[in-house]
Design a binder for this molecule. Structure first.
Ligand code: GLN
Length: 483
């Protein structure tokens, strides 16, 4: 096997017996132990358990059983998704000792198909952040430059794929948490549309926006993983009953004659000129492949951050109320019940989580509810209408994933609003509930730049198809950091 192989390549090698699952797990365990001390992308190492799983896969294959295309493939999971028998902290000390008795649905489906969990990955606590600096287990370094952030909140999952510490990762995206770190670390990451992949067992942040999706080396790899995790789940009433297409065949269809919308609101004078150049060069490649470029407008884009940072804290403040130190997780000693709650929550949550709980509680309180929560819901509907309208004219929309490259540690930690503004290009698609992919499209100052390809709700195959065709004619996704 070459040092950096795709999921498709690992899958063929495992199937034909060129490598065994035990060898695959050994390969990645060694890399994790040698490289991860520089990155801090894992919170919990499950390489020992992975060995046992790998032996079972090899034995089944040796007995002639025909296994799935991901059997024996080692993968990592953002620590905000529950995994049976493996500690799941959400990167917050309040769940430092929490070992779930069940798997989240996405993880269950992957494990049932024979994929092997190699560890739980670092992230901003419960997904709150854009840099991974809000983890209570330390920040994650960017594999391209360890003095820079990996992005957030699923930074560990993106860094682990970029550094080739596992074949793929499963993350969660509420407002950019898959796309932004994918862009910062130079990997391919998909925010699935709302309802495409079950949220059961994903620690809830903002339940009306939370989505689960993959990080991998290519759009084709993402399609393979999505095939396993997509589809209705009786345990999550918000999953769609819609049929799941065959992604691998869908993404191979041609793109000539298809329409790409380029929204002028994302290409203002404030956009970094190098990022703009990389994204425009990428869009020009699609034109060469026969796609038509159409200028469009998403007029409510400028309200997305304000809307997102009302609705998300509101949902947060209610979702996080369950973490009280009584039912599960870590309890701090208190003199009475109320003091036990407050001591557990004071010690167990980082500042950013407390900030969101307070903002949300404020916005939901009597006298503020209409002015903040109800108003934000109305603006959310306008943002969604922008996308509905655009998709009557174009097949996909292309934008930069982030307004800047991975920044230095500490650059935004003293100003939460500065951190929130990093989500300017990723939050609109989240509020609209549509599908969005980030693919590497070049470099600026030696750091990866991401192209965001947005498609309609439940049409992941469209961004994946454009991403796949782009990766057939470019090699940005096959560049790897020297570690
Ligand atoms: N930056 C976003 C936030 O802090 C990311 C959230 C997410 O996608 N989990 O809310």
């Amino acid at each position: 096997m070459k040092e950096f192989s795709t999921l498709a390549e690992w899958s063929d090698a495992l199937k034909s017996g060129v490598v065994s699952a035990v060898e695959a797990v050994n390969f990645f365990s060694q890399r994790i132990h040698a490289i991860d001390p520089k990155l801090n992308s894992f919170i919990t190492d499950s390489t020992v358990e992975a060995q046992e799983e790998a032996k079972k896969i090899d034995a089944r294959r040796a007995a002639g059983e025909v296994l799935s295309d991901i059997a024996g493939i080692p993968f990592g999971i953002k620590d905000a998704l529950d995994s049976a028998g493996i500690r799941s902290t959400g990167a917050a000390k309040i769940l430092d000792t929490f070992v779930p008795t069940f798997d989240s649905t996405a993880i269950n489906r992957l494990r049932s198909a024979g994929a092997i969990v190699i560890g739980k990955q670092n992230c901003d606590s419960f997904g709150h952040g854009a840099s991974n600096e809000n983890s209570m287990y330390g920040a994650v370094s960017n594999p391209w430059d360890v003095s820079r952030v990996s992005g957030g909140s699923s930074g560990g999952s993106a860094a682990a794929v970029a550094a080739n510490l596992n074949v793929f990762s499963i993350g969660e995206d509420t407002g950019g948490s898959i796309r932004a770190p994918a862009s910062f670390c130079g990997v391919t990451g998909l925010k699935t549309s709302y309802g495409r992949v079950s949220r059961f067992g994903a620690m809830p942040m903002a339940s009306s926006l939370d989505t689960v999706g993959p990080f991998a080396h290519s759009a084709e790899d993402v399609a393979i993983i999505l095939q396993h995790i997509a589809g209705h789940d009786p345990l999550d009433a918000t999953t769609a009953e819609a049929p799941v297409p065959n992604y691998r065949s869908e993404i191979s269809k041609p793109i000539s004659g298809m329409k790409i919308g380029v929204p002028r609101e994302y290409f203002t004078d404030e956009l970094d000129t190098t990022i703009r150049a990389r994204v425009e060069e990428a869009i020009a490649e699609f034109k060469k492949m026969g796609a038509e470029i159409v200028e469009i407008s998403l007029p409510h884009t400028k309200y997305a951050i304000a809307t997102y940072y009302i609705l998300v804290p509101c949902e947060d403040s209610s979702n996080l109320a369950r973490l009280d130190g009584i039912r599960y997780g870590t309890r701090a000693a208190g003199q009475d019940l109320v003091h036990t709650y407050s001591a557990s929550r004071t010690a167990g949550f980082p500042d950013e989580v407390k900030r969101r709980i307070m903002i949300g509680t404020f916005a939901l309180s009597h006298g503020n509810f209409d002015a903040f929560y109800v108003q934000a819901q109305k603006v959310r509907t306008l943002i969604k209408h922008d996308f509905d309208e655009a998709f009557t004219k174009v097949d996909v929309i292309m934008t930069p994933t982030t307004p800047e490259i991975a920044f230095k540690f500490g650059d935004k930690t003293t100003d939460p609003v500065k951190m929130y503004l990093s989500d300017a290009f990723v939050s609109p698609a989240s509020l609209a509930g549509v599908a969005a992919l980030s693919v590497p499209c070049g470099f600026a100052q030696g750091m990866p730049v991401g192209l965001q390809i947005i498609g309609p709700r439940l049409a992941e195959e469209l961004p994946l198809r454009f991403g796949h065709h782009f990766q057939k004619i470019t090699n940005w996704h096959t560049q790897h950091p020297a570690l």
